[in-house]
Structures are given as structure tokens and as C-alpha cells.
Design a protein around this ligand. Structure first.
Ligand code: AMP
Length: 289
């Protein structure tokens, strides 16, 4: 596996691969790899000739300087893990490489980027995500970029941006990888104490409660939300937001007639966690004569 630090070398490497007729997958990450990142790398590996993983803790998407400073940085271990997953190139640019002096561009996806995470982390969050993802897509020119369902809003926002700007790339989504107890893997989980980690299990339990209610026939968005809220309240976890929305438009759903996204964020101890689940309403079979 090759480690690449400059845009010039990244472009040359990707251009060379394309010239040889090789298909290219890009997996954008902020590092501190876990099995969720590995799943994205494997999905990319299985379907493309060349796999590029970018590792960049993107300052533009952090509203909170303390959160940025506390973000885990484990490049040596990450490089070993990426190589193990069969990654061909690890792109590790510096902040100055990505945001040279005078950098002034920001890509905002209005509406989709302003709700849920955007409403709580601020509108700069998804503008930061979109600007860096657009730049990565522009310099690697992959056939496909891989994202995790764990960040469901990121998927909706990036899909919209790619469509709006006619960026020629397919977006693939990989299901959320969870620990055996249900907690969604996150680079932030290492900062949870044992007690907080137990409390954090209220998040997947809350999503499970909404899914169970939907399976039992509940279609009212408010009542599905209440089923999830009850699990959080029982564990003393206060949601920053908890919403039942359309997975593409992120508009709140009063009635769940088709696939819906239950999304939430909560602070547990020093860590802000997010999680989500796609739920399907039960189809009531229509009796045929
Ligand atoms: P991050 O390094 O946290 O920016 O994540 C890089 C990519 O990995 C994003 O597309 C995330 O959605 C994805 N990802 C993070 N955690 C998980 C997980 N538990 N399961 C699946 N994908 C994940």
C-alpha cells in the first residue's frame, strides 16, 4: 500500500490507474479505524480494481475546537489496518494541502445540511463535509465513493451535492457495523468510560423500540418517536434530537407509510454520539377473493 501526502501525487496515481483502465473506489475517512471503516474498505475492495482511502481530520467540519483537538489520531495503526484490508493507496494530506492560504470556497447543501446534525452542530458542519468531499472527488475522480449508513444525513447531503453539481461518481452506502451489544462503532467510543458505555446502549435500544413498534403496526411518527424517547429517558440519556424523517429529504414524517429514518444524537459523558435506523412499516396483506 502506498501512502500519498500531496494532491499532485494523488492525482498522478489516480490518473495512471484510470489510464490503465482500472476502476477506482474512494473511501473518505477521518481515521481511527474500526470495523465500520474496515467494512467500507472491504466493500470497495470487492467491487473495484483500486481502492483509495483518504485519512483527513477535516477541521472545517468541526464547530467545536475542543472536539477537533480530542479527535483520536492513530495514523500508523490506521495504515497497517488499511493495508490489511487490501487498500492500494492511503491519502493523508495535511490541512495546508487541503486548505492552502487564501482558501475561500464553501459548498452548502441548503435545507438538507441545515437540519438534525446541521441544526445542532451548525451549518458549517455539512459545508465542511461537502467542501472536502467535493475536493477529494475532484482530485481522485473515483468511479464510486463509499459512505456508512452510520452517518445517514451525510449520505443524503452528499447524494444531493453529487446530483446538483453533476459530479460523475456513484455513491454506495454500507450498513452500520455494531458491537455485539448493539452500540454503533464510532471513533469516539474510545472516550466512553465503562459506565457511560453501558448508558450509551440506550441509543440502539431506543432505535430498536421504534423499529419494534413499527413492526407491530404503529405508523404514527410521533408515537414511534415516543417509543424511542422512552428508552432514552429510562437510561437518563437526554437526546439532542430524536426524529422520524424521510431518509432522502430528511423531512419529519407524521405518518410512516414507507421506509423511514429514525435518527438521534445524545451526549453520553464527554462524548456526543449519533445513531440511526431505517424502519419499514408493516404491509397489511390485502385479501384477494
Ligand atoms: P469517519 O472516519 O467517522 O468520518 O467515518 C468514515 C466513514 O465511515 C463514513 O462514511 C462513516 O459513515 C463510516 N462509518 C463510521 N462508523 C461506521 C459504522 N459503525 N458502520 C459503518 N460505517 C461507519
Amino acid at each position: 500500500m502506498r501512502t500519498i501526502r500531496s494532491i499532485r501525487e494523488m492525482r498522478a496515481w489516480a490518473g495512471g490507474a484510470r489510464g490503465r483502465g482500472r476502476t477506482i473506489a474512494l473511501v473518505p475517512t477521518m481515521g481511527a479505524f474500526h470495523a465500520g471503516h474496515h467494512a467500507l474498505m472491504r466493500a470497495a475492495r470487492e467491487s473495484h480494481d483500486e481502492v483509495v482511502v483518504s485519512l483527513f481530520v477535516n477541521p472545517a467540519q468541526f464547530e467545536d475546537a475542543a472536539d477537533l483537538a480530542a479527535y483520536p489520531r492513530t495514523e500508523a495503526r490506521d495504515a497497517a489496518e488499511a493495508a490489511e484490508q487490501g487498500v492500494d493507496a492511503l491519502f493523508v494530506p495535511t490541512a495546508v494541502e487541503m486548505y492552502p492560504a487564501g482558501f475561500a470556497t464553501s459548498i452548502a447543501v441548503r435545507g438538507l445540511g441545515d437540519v438534525l446534525e446541521g441544526a445542532h452542530r451548525g451549518p458549517a458542519h455539512f459545508a465542511g463535509v461537502c467542501t472536502v468531499v467535493a475536493k477529494l472527488l475532484n482530485l481522485v475522480e473515483p468511479d464510486t465513493a463509499f459512505f456508512g449508513q452510520k452517518d445517514a444525513q451525510q449520505v443524503a447531503v452528499v447524494r444531493r451535492m453529487v446530483r446538483d453539481l453533476a459530479i460523475p461518481v456513484a455513491i454506495e452506502v454500507v450498513p452500520t457495523v455494531r458491537d455485539a451489544d448493539g452500540l454503533a462503532l464510532s471513533s469516539r467510543n474510545v472516550r466512553l468510560s465503562a459506565a457511560d458505555r453501558t448508558r450509551a446502549l440506550a441509543l440502539p435500544r431506543a432505535l430498536g423500540a421504534a423499529a419494534a413498534a413499527a413492526r407491530e403496526g404503529e405508523r404514527d411518527g410521533t408515537r414511534l418517536r415516543a417509543a424511542a424517547a422512552a428508552e432514552l429517558a429510562a437510561a437518563g440519556v437526554e437526546a439532542e434530537y430524536l426524529a422520524v424523517v424521510d431518509p432522502d429529504t430528511l423531512a419529519p414524517l407524521g405518518a410512516v407509510e414507507r421506509r423511514a429514518l429514525v435518527a438521534l444524537a445524545a451526549h453520553v459523558g464527554p462524548v456526543r454520539l449519533i445513531d440511526n435506523l431505517l424502519i419499514e412499516p408493516v404491509r397489511i396483506p390485502v385479501a384477494t377473493p
